[in-house]
Ligand binder design. Structure first.
Ligand SMILES: [Fe+2]
Ligand SMILES: [Fe+2]
Length: 220
């Protein structure tokens, strides 16, 4: 199997869907519940912006460097995503400003419909990246070259930051994904690996710790 990118999409998809379920259940007459939607939306926005920036800067640059144009539609999607996020933020603001409970509930339903459509568009975007951009990257670059995509990130990160990242991502992934992240850290930043492994290992099942130790050749 070729080297994979976009594994973090499993987390992105889960975060998008979690907020859709939260909005679906929110009582928009209750200010505390609106605040929770607002805060969850803000952290989702930060995560989506960071993710799009990473893809534009790292992955699309690789494609541009080999004269591919396949990323152009995905890059338009990223710009469209900014507009959609602003529109959703505007709807959230107008719920708090609505004078009656009836209006708050009515705008809340508009928020639900608009956000659910945004999730649908975004899931198609993730699909396009994994089924069109990834094969093109794999065609144009070797596995060793693709592995270097994460090198600058891991070089900058402390072991604590690596543990924090894995704690966020790993619950949404399978053992092969977790092995891929840990193998990359071990290969790219071997001096940080021990601390990163000891921080994340206790969050995994005993069976997975044993199997990963073997696969990563960790001496106990
Ligand atoms: Fe993207
Ligand atoms: Fe993506």
């Amino acid at each position: 199997m070729r080297y994979q990118l976009y594994r973090e999409h499993k987390y992105v998809s889960s975060a998008l869907n979690d907020l859709e379920r939260l909005i679906a259940k929110t009582d928009f007459r209750n200010p505390q519940e609106i605040i929770l939607v607002e805060q969850t939306f803000q952290s989702l926005t930060d995560m989506l912006n960071g993710h799009a920036q990473y893809e534009n800067d790292r992955l699309h640059t690789l494609l541009k460097n080999r004269h591919s144009k396949i990323h152009e539609h995905a890059e338009e999607d990223h710009a469209h995503q900014d507009e959609q996020l602003l529109k959703i933020q505007g709807i959230i603001n107008s719920i708090s400003n609505a004078p009656t409970d009836e209006e708050k509930v009515s705008i809340g339903y508009t928020l639900y419909l608009t956000y659910r459509k945004f999730v649908a568009d975004n899931l198609i975007h993730l699909h396009e990246e994994e089924t069109m951009l990834l094969p093109e990257l794999q065609r144009l670059y070797t596995d060793e070259e693709l592995k270097q995509v994460e090198a600058p990130t891991y070089k900058k990160m402390t072991p604590e930051e690596m543990i924090g990242m894995m704690k966020v991502l790993f619950p949404h992934m399978n053992p092969s994904d977790r092995l891929a992240f840990l193998s990359d850290i071990k290969e790219i930043q071997p001096e940080k690996f021990n601390a990163a492994w000891h921080g994340i290992a206790p969050t995994l099942s005993q069976d997975e710790q044993t199997s990963l130790s073997k696969q990563l050749q960790i001496l106990s």
